[in-house]
Design a protein around this ligand. Structure first.
Ligand SMILES: [Zn+2]
Length: 267
């Protein structure tokens, strides 16, 4: 990961003092969880000992290992860029509507992409979600990010095109603590990057160049990228460039159309 993360926030932590029967007064903490709840940690010395010095067969060690795993998962989920508004967006909560042909197909294709993520990752196989506003593209994109993290333990991150452009521009600020190279390095370090709302605003040549460069860099590193856009394919090609779209289609990268009549409120 890049030195400074511009895209992955850390869970919020609140420190407080705790009285441990073994270690006396120690500093403990409450950690924000992805689902919005808070997890209270116990004595950190007890945890460290259970994890590193207790025999592996003891209940204390097994519990500590489980907690470590849960903390690693929570860090990936909180750092995924999925905002609290979208943390309930999973494949299970995506409601297909009768008569909206293509919805079930889109859901199946997104699920399939995650199920085959090991292969997709190895091949750097990307995915494009295009179509009408209000058809749940962001819902399914968030569901994919969450599922890739939970099922594959991979680092998956979603960011809007506007956010990526804003971060790149921030590198040019006087006194900026990162360079545009750092941003590019970070964006090409994630196992899966989802770029949402591509084409939501008319972009300057610089802005389009930035998106093109991110897609191209991930392509060079054989890393998969999911691009989500309201534009139809021909307009998307014009927006990010034919070459970038070609990159996304390499190794059998599919495009999924969300072209049914808007179902906002139903998904
Ligand atoms: Zn203790």
């Amino acid at each position: 990961m890049a030195r400074i993360s511009n895209f992955c926030r850390l869970p919020r932590v609140r420190f407080f003092d705790l009285e441990c029967p073994l270690h006396g007064s120690v500093s403990s903490s409450e950690i924000e969880q992805f689902d919005g709840s808070v997890l209270t940690r116990g004595c950190k010395h007890c945890h460290w000992e259970a994890l590193h010095t207790a025999p592996k067969s003891t209940e204390a060690h097994i519990l500590a290992r489980g907690r470590k795993k849960a903390e690693d998962l929570n860090r990936l989920l909180v750092g995924s860029g999925i905002s609290p508004r979208f943390n309930g967006c999973t494949f299970d909560t995506y409601r297909t509507v009768e008569g909206a042909e293509g919805m079930g197909k889109a859901l199946g294709a997104c699920k399939g992409y995650v199920a085959q993520f090991t292969d997709n990752y190895a091949a750097g196989r990307s995915l494009v979600l295009t179509g009408n506003v209000g058809n749940g593209k962001t819902h399914l994109a968030c569901a994919m990010v969450q599922a890739v993290i939970r099922e594959h333990g991979a680092q998956a991150v979603i960011a809007t095109a506007a956010e990526i452009i804003r971060v790149f521009k921030g590198a040019m600020d006087r006194g900026a603590e990162y360079s545009d190279r750092d941003v590019l390095d970070e964006l090409s370090s994630f196992d899966l990057l989802v770029i949402d709302e591509v084409g939501a605003q008319s972009g300057s040549a610089y802005e389009l160049g930035v998106l093109h460069e991110v897609i191209d860099r991930r392509y060079q590193f054989v890393l998969p990228t999911v691009v989500v856009s309201n534009l139809v394919t021909v307009d998307l090609a014009r927006y990010i460039g034919d070459r970038a779209l070609d990159r996304l289609r390499q190794a059998g990268g599919q495009a999924i159309g969300f072209n049914w009549v808007s179902a906002r409120g139903a998904v």
